[in-house]
Design a protein around this ligand. Structure first.
Ligand code: ZN
Length: 446
């Protein structure tokens, strides 16, 4: 220490500031772990901080006799980077044995969960930090592993251990008024890149992803809902549907008392899909090939699915011009009008009015003069007329399902896709499941 620090205080901008100047204590403060002695630091590509626990000789947990030291072993843990350098905590752990030959306890190694969980290769603080970076801020495991200077598995194991404890915390499941089920593509795997789906279980009112279960056949979400218990299921007033009969059957079995509402997001999405199908068919019929860069119908594909009110005057006249050029029978234009009329449905306030609107719309659409895609849309609207109109009684917002899908997509994009369902589930729930992050400090890693 130079002269300025003598006496434990320094002058800073004219004021006296008390500082710690005892070298041993300074090191302990910098290392910041409870009840450890810092044995030394090794400087290499990463910083190695050697520590041992300060606690005195323990008694045997079985019989209470003072333990004997058997041996010391060294455990190297990945710690938070220190002053910009990857850091390793080298823990000199003592192994104790019971001196009483009749005691069944034998020997044991000291442990301290405040430093590190026995099963993880990260220190406790590094594990919690990695969980926040990956789970809350949506960074990739690779990126975080790079900052810590360790491999992907080390970080992923920690995210799973802390993340699972956080997302399975019972406080995350409050009573749900509006419940939604939604299929989400989980992965394309195998030789033929077969699609594997998952089902998102969503609190539509609060916009919270409750859980993700594998498959879209209904058995898994049914089992999940059943396991929530009758009281929780009883509080569900509205069940929102994505126009799939499978999920309707799940709701019939689990929440028969709840009102059925077709999610506007999925209704509009279907209308857009039918419009897209129609555009591709007409493209093929008129030009005999799939859309190319200069084909009028290909050029207007984005303008078609955009909401009409979001098209500016220029976009609108461009769209009409391209349709005149590429859509001789006006079929794509018809499908476009159909889509816009479906969207208009949600401008009504009144459920009875909306029902008659759906009925008239469906009647128009199934007319044989309509393009085949519009007729198909009309049949679906007819099949779901009550659920579509019921939205006007409940006004369950359209946003949450869409927002949830976007969050899940972001998680998948950051990870470049998932192949392991447990990883996918934890990451999606940490990011879109609204866990209480203030609890992270107190949960015990699994
Ligand atoms: Zn003993």
């Amino acid at each position: 220490m130079d002269g300025a620090c003598q006496g434990g205080d320094i002058r800073l901008l004219g004021a006296r500031v008390v500082v710690e100047s005892d070298p041993e204590r300074m090191v302990q403060l910098l290392v910041g772990l409870p009840e450890v002695n810092v044995l030394g630091v090794v400087e290499g590509r990463s910083l190695e901080v050697h520590v041992e626990c300060r606690r005195s000789r323990p008694g045997c947990p079985e019989c209470g006799v003072a333990a004997h030291l058997k041996e010391q072993r060294v455990v190297t843990l990945v710690d938070l980077p220190c002053f910009g350098k990857p850091t390793r905590l080298v823990w000199h752990k003592r192994r104790w044995r019971c001196p009483d030959r009749d005691c069944p306890n034998g020997s044991w190694t000291e442990c301290d969960d405040r430093i590190a969980s026995a099963r993880l290769a990260l220190t406790d603080r590094a594990g919690r930090w990695a969980t926040v970076e990956v789970g809350r801020f949506g960074r990739s495991v690779n990126e975080v592993a790079e900052v810590l200077g360790c491999d992907w598995h080390t970080v992923n194991d920690a995210v799973l251990a802390y993340g699972e404890a956080l997302v399975d915390h019972p406080d995350r499941f409050a009573a749900v008024q509006a419940l939604g089920l939604d299929e989400v593509l989980f992965v394309r795997a195998g030789l033929y890149r077969r699609q594997h789906f998952s089902t998102s279980i969503v609190d539509v009112g609060r916009g919270q992803l409750l859980d993700v279960v594998p498959g879209r056949r209904g058995a898994e979400p049914k089992a999940w809902l059943a396991s929530q218990g009758p009281e929780w299921l009883g509080s569900v007033e509205v069940a929102t549907l994505d126009l799939s009969g499978t999920y309707r059957a799940v709701f019939d079995a689990t929440v028969p008392h709840a009102a059925r509402v077709a999610d506007p997001f999925h209704v509009v999405k279907l209308a857009n899909e039918k419009l897209d199908e129609c555009r591709r068919r007409v493209q093929n019929e008129t030009l005999g090939h799939r859309g190319r860069k200069h084909d009028p119908l290909y050029r207007c594909r984005r303008l078609l699915t955009k909401a009409d009110e979001r098209l500016e005057e220029h976009g609108r006249s461009k769209l009409l011009g391209l349709l005149r050029a590429g859509d001789p029978k006006g079929e794509v234009a018809t499908a476009w009008h159909a889509k816009e009329t479906v969207r208009e449905l949600y401008c009504h306030d009144d459920a009875a009015l909306a029902l008659s609107f759906v009925d008239r719309l469906a009647d128009d659409m199934v007319d044989p003069v309509q393009p085949i895609e519009v007729r198909s849309l009309g049949r679906t609207l007819r099949r779901w007329r009550l659920e579509i109109a019921a939205w006007h009684d409940w006004h369950v917002s359209n946003g949450p399902t869409e927002a949830m899908n976007n969050l899940i997509k972001r998680v998948k994009r950051v990870a470049f896709g998932f192949t392991n369902f447990a990883n996918y589930r934890i990451r999606a729930l940490l990011y879109a499941g609204r866990p209480d992050w203030s609890l992270l400090g107190s949960v015990t890693p699994r």
